[in-house]
Structures are given as structure tokens and as C-alpha cells.
Design a protein around this ligand. Structure first.
Ligand code: GAL
Length: 378
């Protein structure tokens, strides 16, 4: 170990250290991603940006994520931001969105902020952050989406508002069934019975939440080639995904939304477009425990969405390599190269949850898959 440390940027096999870093530099300057390993920023501190997403702007990547404490599950700091030119080396920028010290504020310290994503609006020249928000002391019952805005990519972001989504509005698919069906007899019945499942699939929770707006927990954002942006979130008690169109300034919802995979219990959506097809990777709902990833595709964002088999391959592919999807992004200047980002949660110490970044590969028919690699580079 002394000898190894004596060399600058030497490649260090994991077993010699007993721990490892998420990127290594070999003596020839080649760098690697090492999924699941400890990943430090350029200042030597462990990167704390979980459930994250990436924004590319003016030649730099910006990584936004949940700052998580070593113990506990609530948000004490806010959303952190790191930046990089090459995706391997990350510089800590700042707390992009800080929790508030004011009692009763939506993002009061002790609330839960999850899965922040940032997009840039070319028309308004603003950076827009959406995230999943749970109010302080209320567990996961608020199920709100929240939005913040900044003039610069790294922030500071100013909190605008939080709430449920598209109140008084039916989804554009399945509207008639939901309008016509009365769910009164099933609404308060026992969960998970066949009748209850059928009612969920038919939109029982959409109707229940019509006035308050739809629930929104695990989420992501997607900006299409035409500049339209979409909010994709686990709704209806985490049983059904919804895809909702954002307004032209990306600060609100237009009222147009669809339900995807009703009753399918999908979380952690990550969406990208390749070869004219929209692809979405999700997880099942098992909290911090990993489960098998799912893959969906559609030729229009408005569906219909078709489910495929598990996109993961190799070691622990049946539990997404021990992780849970959070984002997929294209690598700039490398056409067709996408990176799959996942979190390997450690609920005993959420700050020590690890990052799994892997390349997306494509079958000859265009279907994406993610194969485990213990280290790789672009
Ligand atoms: C997961 C979800 C995470 C977090 C966690 C809390 O299912 O994807 O973002 O909410 O549950 O248990």
C-alpha cells in the first residue's frame, strides 16, 4: 500500500485497499467508473447527491442530488450540486436548494426532499428544479411535487411552491371509464383483494384525488426535442405512474396527463429517447431494498406504453445490481451513448449510499439493456 501510494494516479485494485473509489486513474491517464465504490469529489469528500439527475449546460455537467445525513431519513441540508467536464471528476459547487429554518415552511429543515431534477428552459433562460417533497413530521403522506428556479445552473434555487398535481382534471387516457365508474364500494375496502386491484387499475385513486390533485412521489423530468417538458411520477398510492406535460415555462402543469401501467407498482422512473422511441426504466416498490428493474417503451410520450422484460444483465441483475434507477442521460458529443444512474441505498447510513453508473447498450432491434461491469469507461 505504501508503494502504491507513492505513485501518482496509480491504478489500485480494490482488494489492496479494502475499499475503493468510484473512479481510478491509471498511470497512463485512463480513468474508469467503478460502480458501487466510494466516489469522492475533487476536494476529497464523498459525493453526497442521491436520487440524482444530470443537467448539461455550456460545456459542463451538473449533478444534483439529495444531501443525506449519516443517520436518519429527513433532509437537514437540501439539494447539493457538483459539476464536471468529463463525468469522472466532480467539483462540489454548493447547496443548490437549501432547506428553510422557518417553522411551517414547505421545505422546512426536517422535511423530506427526494429525487431532484433540473432542466433548462431555453425560452425563459431559467433553470428549473422539480423534486418530490414530504412535509416535516408527516412521513410520506403529503406526496407533493415542488418547484424551484434559478438564473444560474448551480443555483441558488428559489423555492416557488409545492402541491399535488392537476386538480379537477381527468387523465387524457381512460377518462370515460373513470368518469362513469363509481368506486364508492371499493374505496374503503380491504387493500389487495382482486376487486380492489381492479378498481385501482380502473382509476379509483385518480377519482378519489380529483379535487386535491394527484399524488406525486418518485419522479423525473424529460425535455423532448421540441422543447416540451414532462414530469413523470409515481402516483395513486405508488400504484400507477403518471406522465404530465409541463407549461411552456416549465413551472407548472398544463392539465394534460396520462396514466401508465395502472396498478403496476412502479417507482424510480428514468426516461430517455433513442431512435425515435421513448424508453423508461423503473423499479418495483420495496422501499430501500433493491428489486428487479422494469423497462417500458412507447413511440409517443402519450403512449401506449408497452412493458418489456428486465433490462439488467449480469451479476445481481435480478435486483438491479443492488441499486434502484434514478436517471438516464446522453453523453454529449457521443451520439447514442447513454449512462444509467442508480442508487445503492444504505438505510443504516444514507450518506454512504453508493452510486451505480453503467452504460446503456442496445440490441440490434434497438431494445436497451444494462450489463454489470465492475469498472468501465467511455
Ligand atoms: C423508495 C424510493 C426512494 C425513497 C424510499 C423511502 O422506494 O424510491 O426514493 O422514497 O423508498 O423508503
Amino acid at each position: 500500500m505504501f508503494l502504491l501510494l507513492g505513485f501518482k494516479g496509480v491504478y489500485a485494485p480494490e482488494h489492496l485497499y479494502g475499499w475503493s473509489r468510484t473512479f481510478f486513474s491509471k498511470s497512463d491517464g485512463e480513468t474508469f467508473f467503478v460502480p458501487s465504490a466510494v466516489w469522492k469529489d475533487s476536494g476529497g469528500k464523498v459525493i453526497n447527491a442521491h436520487g440524482g439527475g444530470i443537467l448539461f449546460y455550456a460545456g459542463r455537467y451538473y449533478w444534483f442530488g439529495e444531501h443525506r445525513p449519516a443517520s436518519g431519513f429527513t433532509t437537514e441540508v437540501g439539494v447539493t450540486c457538483y459539476s464536471s467536464k468529463d463525468l469522472y471528476h466532480w467539483t462540489y459547487e454548493s447547496v443548490a436548494l437549501a432547506v428553510s429554518n422557518k417553522s411551517g415552511n414547505d421545505i422546512e429543515k426536517g422535511c423530506i426532499i427526494e429525487r431532484p431534477k433540473v432542466i433548462y428552459n431555453t425560452r425563459t433562460k431559467k433553470f428549473i428544479m422539480w423534486f418530490h417533497l414530504e412535509l416535516k413530521g408527516k412521513g410520506y403522506e403529503a406526496a407533493r411535487a415542488a418547484v424551484a428556479v434559478s438564473d444560474t445552473p448551480a443555483g441558488p434555487y428559489h423555492f416557488i411552491r409545492s402541491g399535488r398535481i392537476n386538480s379537477e382534471t381527468y387523465p387524457v387516457n381512460e377518462t370515460e371509464t373513470i368518469r362513469k365508474t363509481s368506486f364508492n364500494s371499493t374505496l374503503n375496502s380491504t387493500w389487495w383483494t382482486p376487486e380492489w386491484r381492479r378498481a385501482v387499475e380502473q382509476g379509483m385513486f385518480v377519482k378519489r384525488d380529483l379535487q386535491t390533485g394527484q399524488m406525486s412521489r418518485d419522479m423525473t423530468l424529460f425535455v423532448d426535442e421540441d422543447g416540451k417538458a414532462y414530469h413523470i411520477y409515481s402516483s395513486e398510492e405508488n400504484l400507477t405512474l403518471q406522465i404530465a406535460e409541463l407549461t411552456g415555462d416549465y413551472l407548472g402543469h398544463t392539465g394534460r396527463y396520462i396514466r401508465v401501467a395502472p396498478g403496476g407498482h412502479n417507482e424510480a422512473p428514468a426516461i430517455f429517447k433513442h431512435g425515435g422511441t421513448y424508453w423508461m426504466i423503473t423499479s418495483g416498490c420495496t422501499g430501500w431494498e433493491p428489486n428487479e428493474a422494469r423497462l417500458f417503451s412507447a413511440s409517443s410520450i402519450w403512449g401506449p406504453w408497452k412493458q418489456h422484460s428486465n433490462p439488467c444483465r449480469g451479476r445481481k441483475a435480478n435486483v438491479t445490481f443492488g441499486g434502484q434507477s434514478t436517471y438516464v442521460f446522453p453523453v454529449e458529443d457521443k451520439t447514442g451513448v447513454f449512462i444509467f444512474m442508480a442508487d445503492k441505498w444504505n438505510p443504516k447510513n444514507l450518506a454512504d449510499s453508493r452510486y451505480i453508473w453503467l452504460p446503456i447498450c442496445f440490441e440490434s432491434d434497438g431494445t436497451p439493456y444494462v450489463e454489470w461491469r465492475s469498472r468501465w469507461n467511455l
